[in-house]
Write a protein that binds this ligand. Sequence first.
Ligand SMILES: Cc1cc2nc3c(=O)[nH]c(=O)nc-3n(C[C@H](O)[C@H](O)[C@H](O)COP(=O)(O)OP(=O)(O)OC[C@H]3O[C@@H](n4cnc5c(N)ncnc54)[C@H](O)[C@@H]3O)c2cc1C
Length: 360
Amino acid sequence: MKRLKENFQKPHILIVGAGIIGKFNAIELSELGYQITIADPALDKNSSSAALGLLMGNIYHKRNGRSWILRKQSLELWPKWIKLLQEFNTKLHIEKPLIQLTKNDAKFEKLKQFVNDNKNQGLEILDKDSIIIKNINKTFNTKNIKGVISHKDGRIDPLSLLDTLNIYLKNKKINFINDEIIKIKRINKKWISISKSNNKIKTDAIVLCNSLDAVNLILEKTYKIQLKPVLGQAIEVCTSLHEVNFLSLPKHFNIDGKNIIPLTNNKIIIGSTDEYHKKPEENVFEKLTNFIENKPNWLSKERVTRKWFGIRSRPEGEPSPVQKNLENGLIICTGFYKNGFLLAPSCSHWVANELKEYFI
Ligand SMILES: Cc1cc2nc3c(=O)[nH]c(=O)nc-3n(C[C@H](O)[C@H](O)[C@H](O)COP(=O)(O)OP(=O)(O)OC[C@H]3O[C@@H](n4cnc5c(N)ncnc54)[C@H](O)[C@@H]3O)c2cc1C
């Protein structure tokens, strides 16, 4: 991160929304020397606090186009971020590798082809007789699990990351307003933002990181950005049965789109669903476990000890995410329907470049 020149008058930027995207933007811009204010009325109810923290970049099958460029850039930037954040949490790290599994033969053939086409990229086909596959089959009562390991992908503990980002923001004395922004307007080359409790915030630029609600602050007809809610649920299952030990499993893995994270010897997380509305569906257990035909004894509805959800935003009519420089220092970063954690570093890097161009 290259700081602004010393004699440059610090532009003031308002970041609307303090989920993972808002926090990354606030830190990157503050490190660059901008004066930052960040506003959010409901920090712990956002989709970031519901996330599982898997960073699936290298396992992404497309190796061209915008979505791959964003992933590739994030994979390169993540180690720098970890180093920066370790100043406040020495334990913060990305737990590698990541294992992607399937029960479907056709899907496995595609995975194999992908690994063969991308040699020397930290991808490896798992031997079906490996101890990893044997332990997964034993625990989940499955027979034909197959898959690959991606040594460059992994998981970051999402709550630990969010806490560390909060400590960083506090320590750098970044101004935080616990309020909702309800209106923005441009007057005499400045942006005026009005909050619900009638605070007026005058800044040189605004970065909208407020997910679904970002479109309420801009002229929909002018920018034609449409977002729809995608709710994701996750569950925690806790068993008292001694016939399983979740710690015999890999630290995190994915079976046919379901992310699985063993927490202790008898506690495991499974997530997440894609529900196209704002109210969580009742049948979450069935949805998250339908990849297992004969459920093992430990996997029953009664053993669900915790469930939670988050509402993400998905762009309609254009790919995710929406990163646009709308006008005169008004930037939007939204529509991180999946992979918001993975893509946060490339998003804030892009915003920093846009603002640098604007303030030159
Ligand atoms: C169950 C689940 C599991 C997931 N697992 C993963 C995973 O493993 N890996 C991964 O990369 N991603 C995962 N995701 C997706 C990830 O959570 C999202 O991509 C990411 O959190 C989006 O971040 P955000 O900052 O854009 O939105 P949010 O975290 O939703 O933050 C938006 C913020 O804006 C605030 N806001 C809204 N309106 C206003 C306003 N008018 N004024 C001020 N503030 C406002 C809100 O209060 C909120 O805090 C998961 C999501 C869910 C639900």
